[in-house]
Design a protein around this ligand. Structure first.
Ligand code: NCD
Length: 311
């Protein structure tokens, strides 16, 4: 089923066949990448701008690599928002980018809704690379692809999303995607890091990690978003690790073959112990990074085809 949207702003509202279409294409790009081949004709002559108002290493580089592997001209723009009025900057930037005739615009911004605002102002296809505490759709797609490759399916799996759920756009996008695809989703964390009424999204809430991990197939850890914490929401990092950090002992509460994920960047010893993060059998963290490139190639491919049809 073809994706009917012009932009990729969020997972919420996408239908399972649309998600499957993206994952299937990403799977073929994962195989292509492993074979060492490229598809440089696909986006030849197209321009991709990476517009990052917030720091990023892996997301920015993987969009850059994805664009280059498909033959696009890729430009990276990092914008500091420290001293200027954010709204004004965003609209000024939109006008500038529009004048440059860019085809694909990848946006990361500290404010929820910024990519959607840009999408209304530019002709390019806009991809949300993380907006505030709202969504990070390509992260959820790459997580889903990683799980699907290992487990062969998403349906019927029990996935625990653990830690700083409150500030996490990764958690929100994953909740929407995994629920739509028939996984059972649990969220685990202290009450201070849990959004109010999160149950409305159809998840089960646990404050006791050992209890929440019982019978889980996948344990997805989140980074503590210190930069988004305006007040003391946890007593200390040591205390947080004791109750909510994933170590071998807590992981033993999940299924014996449960797999571990983390979107990165990791705070080792705060939300995850190094021996668990680096476990070659249980940890999927490196594979998540690899699948990130494949998923972004698929998304760029689909959106570029759509925009060329609109030309
Ligand atoms: C995530 C993000 O930026 O939302 N990181 C990422 O994209 N790899 C998660 C995080 O920063 O904690």
């Amino acid at each position: 089923m073809p994706l009917t949207h012009r932009h990729l702003l969020q997972i919420e509202g996408l239908h399972p066949p649309e998600i499957d279409t993206m994952l299937d294409l990403a799977e073929s790009y994962a195989l292509l990448n492993r074979s060492g081949k490229t598809q440089r004709d696909l986006l030849r002559g197209r321009t991709l701008i990476n517009l990052f108002f917030e720091d990023s290493t892996r997301t920015r580089t993987s969009f850059e690599l994805a664009g280059k592997r498909l033959g696009a001209d890729v430009i990276n723009m990092s914008v500091s928002t420290s001293s200027v009025n954010k709204g004004e900057t965003l609209l000024d930037t939109a006008a500038t980018l529009n004048a440059m005739n860019c085809d694909l615009l990848v946006v990361r911004h500290g404010d929820s809704g910024a990519p959607a605002l840009l999408a209304r102002k530019v002709d390019a296809a806009v991809i949300n690379a993380g907006d505030g505490m709202h969504e990070h759709p390509t992260q959820a797609l790459l997580d889903a692809l990683t799980i699907r490759r290992r487990r062969g399916r998403l349906e019927g799996l029990t996935v625990a999303i653990c830690g700083d759920v409150l500030h996490s756009r990764v958690a929100r996008s994953n909740i929407f995607l995994l629920s739509a695809m028939g996984s059972r989703v649990r969220v685990i964390g202290p009450p201070t890091l849990m959004p109010t009424e999160i149950e409305r999204l159809g998840v089960e809430v646990f404050h006791d990690m050992r209890e929440g991990l019982r019978d889980c197939d996948i344990v997805m850890m989140l980074r503590l978003q210190k930069e988004r914490m305006t007040r003391g929401l946890i007593p200390s990092f040591r205390e947080f690790f004791r109750f909510y950090g994933l170590d071998a002992e807590k992981l033993a509460c999940a299924k014996p073959d449960a797999l571990v994920m983390h979107p990165g960047p990791m705070n080792r010893g705060v939300e995850i112990a190094s021996d668990v993060a680096d476990d070659p059998v249980r940890s999927l963290i490196k594979e998540q990074v690899e699948m990130g490139v494949a998923v972004r190639m698929a998304v760029l491919d689909i959106l570029a085809r759509r925009s060329s049809r609109n030309d």
